[in-house]
Design a protein around this ligand. Structure first.
Ligand SMILES: CC(C)(COP(=O)(O)OP(=O)(O)OC[C@H]1O[C@@H](n2cnc3c(N)ncnc32)[C@H](O)[C@@H]1OP(=O)(O)O)[C@@H](O)C(=O)NCCC(=O)NCCS
Length: 224
């Protein structure tokens, strides 16, 4: 089996959002931030949100790994995995897309507040780099390969695609890594800079013990 990496378009969302939510793992994180992710309505909301994000941020690049050996009869347009990279260039100003938190998505205000708190904790190091470090920065925001296609190199190809883009721009790469992703990123030149947990808040400190993600950085090709 071999994989080709191609740009993913808005047309592809309906094919890859359902398997993406199914395959992501990261159960606590995904269920808290996307509580409706297993419903059709929730997946439609996610598609809408990702489309808006693309309209608001010209640096968003979705790419897909496709199985080149799949036959015409295979479904889902042969997509076996997906990545979302975001490019932040120095000559642009980027509006940070606010976390999507409509009032009716959680059963009560406390659960909604917790989702916002988890997101605010998650995003801290990324925000710091984007505000304080020298751009360009390239951020791997989402990476997932469907379980039945893992351990065959697709994840590595999706990472390598973004690394090459970063090298062309002489950009720093950053990623909020899961435990599963960490060894792969290490193989591709990233190092753990920080273990990120929940910010202190007495209401939520017992909700989650330990690490939300490992903030990893790959230096730019040439010092500037
Ligand atoms: C992390 C993830 C994207 C990796 O995808 P993947 O397609 O399995 O990645 P690769 O196949 O390139 O690499 C995984 C391993 O398979 C090995 N591998 C690659 N090609 C192989 C092949 N042809 N045969 C055997 N092993 C192979 C790699 O060397 C690597 O080894 P390691 O686990 O010892 O480091 C995938 O596990 C995933 O989607 N996880 C859930 C979501 C997630 O956590 N995403 C990361 C969020 S930051």
């Amino acid at each position: 089996m071999s994989f080709e990496i191609l740009p993913a378009t808005k047309e592809d969302f309906k094919f890859f959002i359902p398997p993406l939510f199914k395959a992501m793992g990261l159960a606590h994180f995904v269920a808290t931030l996307w509580p409706d992710n297993q419903t059709e309505q929730g997946q439609q909301r996610a598609i809408q949100r990702f489309m808006t994000e693309m309209d608001d941020h010209s640096g968003i690049r979705w790419i897909k790994a496709v199985d080149t050996t799949a036959t015409e009869a295979d479904d889902s347009r042969k997509i076996v995995g997906i990545a979302q990279w975001a490019v932040f260039e120095p000559d642009r100003t980027y509006r940070e897309v606010p976390y999507y938190a409509p009032d009716d998505l959680w059963p009560n205000k406390l659960e909604r507040d917790y989702a916002i708190h988890l997101w605010e904790s998650y995003i801290q190091p990324r925000r710091k780099v984007l505000r304080e470090d020298t751009l360009p920065v390239v951020n791997l925001q989402i990476l997932c390969v469907w379980p039945e296609y893992r351990k065959r190199g697709a994840g590595g190809q999706l990472v390598d695609w973004g690394n090459r883009l970063a090298d062309d721009l002489n950009a720093v790469c950053i990623v909020e890594a899961s435990g599963m992703g960490q060894p792969l990123y290490e193989k591709f030149g990233y190092e753990v800079q920080e273990l990120v947990g929940l910010k202190d808040d007495a209401r939520f400190n017992r909700r989650m013990d330990g690490t939300i993600h490992r903030f990893m950085v790959r230096p730019r090709r040439k010092a500037i």
